[in-house]
Design a protein around this ligand. Structure first.
Ligand SMILES: *[C@@H]1O[C@H](CO)[C@@H](O)[C@H](O)[C@H]1NC(C)=O
Ligand SMILES: *[C@@H]1O[C@H](CO)[C@@H](O)[C@H](O)[C@H]1NC(C)=O
Ligand SMILES: *[C@@H]1O[C@H](CO)[C@@H](O)[C@H](O)[C@H]1NC(C)=O
Length: 392
């Protein structure tokens, strides 16, 4: 700028001087431009260097950018923002979580649409225990599961304020899921079952889902149960169109048009279903409000919601029977309970075949794999007979 001003001022003087001056000015201008360019280049090299070093530092020190807020429910906290398959498919070591039911059900309803897994998937049996708190038959179940690690997962739904004091070595240790109060015969019972299913669905390897209660005991060893369930074409959900006040009599007209009397089904609360049907249950927002509003005692919703809902779209997948033996012969709203004095070898031996049934459309000797209800006093004789009867 200064140079230009000088040039204009002295432009009025003689021509020769003026030419020399302007040449000098041109030279110094070129020199200045060179300087500027050099400084600019130096600056460029410097910034480039700094950013390169920075990038390397980030990589070296494993400083990761903050994870975006929205997808945190899909990407595990262990990811630190880097999406990897490993962290997505690894089941959480602790089943406790901070999701409420709305969040849990949404997340559990995710289903891979590609049928081939890009990792070695060993299908597991998920055992879902619905209890008030304690598990009186835990020692028997411990024997049942022993040696079959990797083929099963366990989930326990207890009353919300129940504190278990299990030892670290127990298969039930840290398997209690976040729960809510359950009232017998009410929708909260189905909600608890749905909560168990949703938690179990978070593990991609769980393929079959068995619901049992604290008063349930196994009638066969784990290997037998695993091959019986995995080899079945059907899911063991009871689903019958029953006449009378305890069947069709519990239907309410208000359920139409979603549910008609002809679609109304009844089945045992204790079921075993495959993954596709479990997904169907956690994603349901059509039938749930109808059952919640219209099926109240003496309509025991746990005997109708899943059997009716699943038989509408998936009846060809249902065995229409349960795997859990229960004695209703004494009548009333609750089945018979068996205690210490009832447990004999003869009694236990006849339970699996207590009623005729079909397995994969063939007549089968074994129809029941579990039985209820048993009082805690039955534990001792059951443990004594476990080796002989259950092959444990
Ligand atoms: C769960 O939390 C979400 C987000 O705060 C909320 O919209 C939803 O209503 C909650 N659901 C329940 C059942 O509390
Ligand atoms: C758990 O607590 C109960 C009583 O509160 C006790 O009888 C039992 O032995 C405890 N079990 C373990 C494994 O500590
Ligand atoms: C179960 O019952 C349905 C009718 O509700 C029927 O279509 C299906 O074939 C039955 N399943 C078996 C295994 O018999």
């Amino acid at each position: 700028m200064k140079m230009t001003v000088v040039e204009i001022e002295e432009g009025a003087k003689d021509n020769a001087a003026s030419t020399l001056k302007s040449r000098l000015a041109n030279q110094s201008r070129a020199l200045l431009s060179m300087r500027l360019l050099q400084i600019l280049l130096l600056f460029l090299v410097l910034t480039l260097g700094i950013s390169l070093v920075g990038v390397h530092m980030i990589k070296f020190l494993k400083i990761q950018p903050l994870a975006p807020v929205a997808p945190t429910t899909l990407i595990s906290a262990l990811d630190h923002g880097t999406v990897s398959l490993e962290s997505f498919i690894r089941p959480p070591s602790n089943v406790w979580h901070t999701m409420n039911d709305t969040e849990l059900l949404w997340r559990a309803s995710m289903e891979p649409r590609r049928k081939v897994y890009p990792f070695k998937r060993v299908p597991k049996l998920a055992f879902m225990f619905l209890t008030k708190g304690p598990l009186p038959f835990a020692p028997l179940w411990e024997m049942f599961f022993k040696g079959h690690e990797g083929l099963y997962s366990i989930y326990v739904h207890a009353l919300p304020n129940y504190k278990s004091n299990l030892s670290r070595s127990s298969v039930f240790y840290r398997r209690y899921i976040p729960s809510q109060a359950v009232h017998w015969g009410e929708m909260s019972m189905c909600e608890a079952e749905r909560r168990l299913l949703a938690n179990a669905l978070l593990d991609f390897s769980n393929e079959w889902f068995v619901l049992v209660s604290e008063s349930c005991v196994p009638l066969r060893g784990f290997s037998f149960v695993y091959s019986y369930v995995s080899g079945s074409r059907y899911s063991f959900m009871g689903s019958a169109d029953e006449e009378g006040p305890d069947g069709r009599g519990r239907y309410r007209d208000g359920m139409e048009p979603e549910i008609t009397l002809g679609q109304w089904r009844k089945g045992s609360q204790w079921f075993e279903i495959k993954r596709a049907l479990a997904l169907e249950i956690v994603q349901d927002t059509t039938y749930y409000p109808k059952f919640k509003e219209f099926c109240k005692p003496p309509c025991y919703v746990d005997e109708h919601y899943f059997p009716t809902m699943l038989s509408m779209k998936h009846r060809i997948f249902l065995a229409n029977r349960t795997l859990t033996w229960t004695d209703w012969s004494r009548g009333g709203a609750h089945p018979a309970t068996f205690g210490k004095a009832d447990i004999t070898e003869t009694f236990l031996k006849k339970l699996p075949g207590a009623k005729a049934c079909l397995y994969n459309d063939q007549r089968s000797q074994v129809c029941y794999l579990f039985a209820r209800k048993f009082a805690p006093s039955a534990l001792e004789p059951l443990l004594e007979l476990a080796h002989k009867i259950l092959g444990l």
